[in-house]
Design a protein around this ligand. Structure first.
Ligand code: ARG
Length: 505
């Protein structure tokens, strides 16, 4: 809280090698000289855990500049979880009596409850540089000097690496679940919309008819790859760093494997220098998050277009939209726009981390403290986007008639007509040319090619026969794409069966 007194006496201005000595020499002078009595300087009040080596207190501006408390306090649960595991390890190594161990653990648990209860009102003392120092100070306040044994064989460098890994392990697992809930919603909608046909687009031009279910499962697939990336990232997160100490390891024979097991890690990190400076697992997480956001942003863009009057393929629930302060008729797809927009900040986080790490010498450097805000911001953003999308997919209404109407213009079946000629023996390149000419003439005459007679079609190719009109059926067109990955309802059904087995497993 308030700095009690950081006023510096002359003895604390760093003249002597240490403040006690400095103060002593000054008072000796005052005592011996007797001519000009030098007033005894007030003893400087130091409040830092590392103050022993310092001759003056930290500049308040420096304190503000270097503090990470305002953002790393959200790591408190992981910090305490790690401290309890470390306390137990100290007990096993014979560095704490059972009584001391239990006192520390009880104190830590009380602090956890205290911080949870204080919530956003939690205040740090100015001297608490970060959540780690805050917890340690509170522990000493609570349990007395024995609290000072907690940090034996540990540094904040391996401690923060642990906190981040515990945090990110949980966040990644939450994200995997959230991705699944969006995927489940997509599959359910795909299943009920297998037979709904809409234009598929390339270059944002109507291209070929596709099933709405197929389009929805395209988003499922993007998310499935994202899941894979997060699962892979978990493997690198899942390594226990404690025991690396400040950089060189610890001198107390702490059994790191046991600590790893206690904290649910599959393995321990291999090299202490690497351990305290490694943030690859954050870079990987942010890469995976960036790719995920890129997918969500593309999907959002599709649906922003679909919600426009020009497309009118979907109606968004009112509770997902906002109005205009001026134009009374407006209903804007803000959630989707912000998913698209917030993608930028997630990319920004990735770039921040990469820039932070570039050129950092081994091992820990304070720069690394800057890893947290971008990480938290990206993780929070991705989680909200996924939560909202899961809900949106369940609530959106698809305007099937509008989708069908849109398939009527744009020669969506031109490729099917060319395929027909191929099946009659014409090389595809020639078939392409024949149908291209039919399209051009249709456009000139403003007459859809579906309305042409057989005789008219035959002026372009004698290969056209009575069965050509089957090519003009939308369902026929879909049905013909019956291979794996195609848009035929039976292909999609097979895909959904496969997916459902996976979602269950
Ligand atoms: N607040 C610091 C961080 O987030 C904790 C580690 C501090 N270590 C140190 N040697 N100053 O990285």
């Amino acid at each position: 809280m308030a700095r009690k007194s950081k006023k510096q006496g002359p003895g604390a201005r760093g003249r002597g090698p240490g403040r006690d000595k400095a103060r002593k020499s000054l008072s000796d002078k005052g005592g011996q000289g007797g001519v000009t009595p030098v007033p005894r300087p007030p003893a400087p009040v130091f409040t830092k855990a590392w103050e022993g080596r310092f001759a003056e207190a930290t500049d308040p501006e420096v304190e503000r500049f270097t503090s990470s408390f305002s953002f790393d306090r959200r790591l408190y649960r992981y910090d305490i979880q790690g401290s309890i595991a470390h306390t137990e390890a100290l007990g096993r190594a014979g560095l704490l009596t059972e009584g001391e161990r239990d006192t520390l653990i009880r104190g830590l648990k009380e602090i956890e409850a205290e911080i949870a209860a204080e919530g956003d009102r939690l205040q740090a003392a100015a001297a608490d540089e970060d959540i780690h120092m805050h917890i340690e100070r509170r522990l000493v306040e609570k349990v007395g000097e024995v609290g000072g044994k907690l940090h034996t064989g540990r540094s904040r460098n391996d401690q923060i690496a642990l906190d981040l890994r515990l945090y990110l392990r949980e966040e990644t697992r939450t994200l995997l679940e959230l991705i699944r809930s969006v995927q489940r919603a997509l599959v359910a909608q795909a299943e009920s919309n297998l037979d709904v046909v809409l234009p598929g687009y390339t270059h944002l031009q109507r291209a070929q008819p596709v099933s709405l279910g197929h389009q929805l499962l395209a988003y499922y697939e993007m998310l499935e790859r994202d899941r894979g990336r997060f699962i892979d990232c978990l493997k690198r997160i899942d390594q226990m760093p404690l025991g690396a100490g400040a950089l060189a390891g610890n001198s107390f024979g702490i059994n790191r494997e046991v600590v790893a097991r206690a904290l649910g890690f599959s393995d321990v990190t291999a090299n202490s220098l690497d351990t305290v400076s490694d943030r690859d697992f954050i870079v990987e997480f942010l890469s995976a998050a960036s790719i995920l956001m890129m997918h969500l942003s593309r999907w959002a863009e599709d649906w922003i277009l679909w919600a426009s009057s020009e497309f009118s393929f979907i109606d968004l629930p009112d509770r997902f939209c906002t109005g205009s302060s001026m134009m009374p008729q407006k209903k804007n797809p803000d959630v989707l726009e912000l998913i698209r927009g917030k993608t930028g900040r997630v990319y920004g986080s990735l770039l921040t981390l990469l820039t932070l790490l570039k050129g950092l010498p081994l091992s820990y450097n304070r720069d690394l403290q800057e890893d947290k805000e971008p990480l938290f911001n990206a993780a929070d953003t991705v989680k909200s986007a996924l939560r909202l999308l899961a809900d949106l997919v369940r609530q959106v209404s698809f305007r099937k008639e509008r989708m069908l109407e849109a398939t009527r213009e744009g020669f969506l079946l031109a490729t099917d007509l060319a395929d027909y000629l191929v099946l009659k023996g014409l090389p595809f390149r020639q078939a392409h040319k024949v149908v291209g000419k039919i399209v051009r003439q249709s456009l000139e005459e403003r007459r859809p090619m579906e309305e042409w007679t057989l005789a008219e079609l035959q002026t372009f190719s004698p290969l056209f026969k009575g069965d050509v009109f089957d090519s003009f059926s939308l369902t026929g067109s879909l049905q013909r794409k019956g291979g794996v990955g195609g848009t035929a309802p039976q292909s999609i059904e097979a895909e959904i069966r496969k997916i459902k087995r996976k979602l269950k497993g």
